[in-house]
Design a protein around this ligand. Structure first.
Ligand SMILES: *Cc1c(COP(=O)(O)O)cnc(C)c1O
Length: 483
């Protein structure tokens, strides 16, 4: 390293460019290389990027931090090319989810299965029969494309679909409870991430919330006593992202249905994740299914399409013919209806459930959830040395067993035995900063890697890494970023 004085003496200090050394935007545009870019991208974008590049260079020149080369046409052209690519690169990017949470809301929740992707692509690349009845040759209903399939799988009499489960709950409450009272246990007034709070949704739907029971205990008489001529609906909410433990009591759907129906009232249940299969059969923690809630007597059950179901964002509403018909006719339905993109993906995803024996292979969500710990551990052991050589000597690398989660509010207290590669800073001080820098370097890779920090280490849980090379191919770039 030279001192500043030496570099001046040696005459090698790069000369600074001033603002008047910069070409005009027009002159930059006339450069042959820039004209080639215009040929490819058109004038609008290239001119915009030329302006951006010149403006940036001017700011640096005025600050005295632009060397003379930076004002030359070839370097500016290069910068224009980069600005074009930056502008054309989508903000939504693929990432590697190594957080250990399989259905991660921040990372896009469920991954679509191959047949769903294929169907989505085929249906979106041309016209389709979204609302066209191919038998009758006239106007059709988009719900009819999927209703039979949903009823087949869940045993419901009728079904409809909307934008997401929040919309399903809002629509159900509005259609069945607007201007009247809806009874919910105090133990079930949930808040889901992203500002979905049951009391607020109730208010938005125009229904009056009648809370019964206490946080930890609610009894059948609590509901009975709250029923008035103003009551429109009894509602049960699956406490999907927390568990009430200890001295607790809740009224199950079968008991609630008996109370509701004795008063000629409907019962709705918001299931949240709503697995369509018995997860216990796969060695996973049990989650209630819409099938069993309907069998217990619920008139309406709502659940998400992109949680345990493993499909696109959608809200499924299943139930009795009468309740679903009221919901479908309610004007808000039109505003909340499912778009053709997720509809195509949802149909193809649901068809996978017709072959349950293959589901753990065909449905990515279930495939990831059922990966055995030994398999993940073996994978970690197979790549740990490659990771080590990329991050040594700054980080100590180890393979550890760990506990992941299903995610998206499903089964919050149940954990998934998994395995991780952990990276711990070797320095005695500044560990927090070293970990943040490592996490940032991982996020800066072309396929950003998202891990989790805990216990003074960065954890890369490999449950959701089905192809190791997606990580190992990026290790040279990581090594460079850390150097
Ligand atoms: C996740 C969840 C919702 C919201 O579903 P989205 O599909 O995210 O709109 C509503 N209720 C419960 C109980 C949930 O778990």
């Amino acid at each position: 390293m030279r001192t500043p004085d030496e570099s001046v003496v040696n005459g090698s200090k790069a000369a600074q460019a001033s603002a008047k050394d910069l070409p005009s935007i027009d002159r930059l545009l006339k450069q042959p290389a820039v004209q080639r870019l215009v040929g490819e991208h058109g004038h609008t974008l290239v001119a915009r990027c030329c302006r951006e590049v010149i403006e940036r260079a001017r700011v640096r020149a005025l600050a005295g931090s632009l060397d003379i080369g930076g004002a030359q046409p070839d370097q500016l052209t290069q910068a224009v090319d980069e600005a074009i690519h930056a502008r054309l690169a989508p903000s939504m990017r693929a990432v590697l989810n190594l957080t250990g949470t399989v259905i991660h809301t921040n990372l896009g929740r469920a991954l679509l299965a191959e047949p769903a992707l294929e169907h989505l692509l085929r249906m979106m690349s041309g016209p389709n029969n979204l609302e066209y009845d191919l038998d009758a040759g006239g106007r059709g209903d988009r719900d009819s494309l999927i209703e039979g399939l949903i009823c087949d799988i869940t045993g419901a009499q009728a079904a409809t679909v909307v934008n997401n489960n929040a919309a399903a709950v809002l629509l159900t409450l509005a259609a069945l409870g607007r201007g009247r009272e809806v009874i919910v246990s105090r133990g079930e007034l949930v808040e889901i991430g992203g500002a979905f709070r049951m009391p607020d949704v109730m208010a938005a739907a125009g229904a009056t919330l009648v809370e019964v029971g206490t946080t930890n205990r609610t009894h059948p008489q609590d509901y009975e006593r709250a029923i008035t001529p103003q009551t429109a609906l009894l509602m049960k909410v699956h406490t999907s992202n927390y568990a009430v433990q200890g001295f607790t009591a809740a009224v199950d759907e079968a008991q609630l249905a008996e109370i509701a129906h004795r008063h000629q009232l409907p019962l709705a249940s918001d299931l949240g994740a709503g697995s369509l299969i018995d997860l216990a059969a796969y060695g996973l923690p049990r989650e209630p299914t819409p099938q069993e809630k309907l069998a217990a007597g619920c008139d309406v059950v709502t659940f998400s399409g992109d949680k345990l179901l493993g499909g696109p964002q959608a809200g499924l509403i299943v139930g009795s013919r009468d309740a679903i018909s009221r919901i479908r006719k309610f004007p808000l339905k039109r505003a909340l209806r499912l778009s053709k993109l997720p509809l195509a993906a949802l149909e193809a995803t649901l068809r996978l459930y017709l072959r349950p024996e293959r589901l753990a292979r065909d449905l990515p969500t279930l495939r990831l959830l059922t990966r055995p710990q030994e398999e993940i551990l073996a994978q970690a052991n197979a790549i740990v040395q490659a990771v080590e050589s990329a991050v040594m000597p700054q980080f100590l690398v180890q393979v550890e067993t760990t506990l992941g989660q299903i995610g998206s509010g499903s089964l919050p207290v149940e954990r998934l035995p998994s395995a991780a590669i952990t990276l711990a800073p070797t320095a005695k001080s500044g560990r927090g900063r070293a970990l943040d820098a490592l996490a940032s370097a991982l996020r800066g890779l072309s396929l950003p890697v998202i891990g989790r920090i805990g216990d003074d280490r960065l954890w890369l849980d490999l449950r959701c890494l089905e192809r190791s090379e997606l990580l190992t191919d990026q290790l040279p770039a990581l090594k460079e970023a850390l150097a």
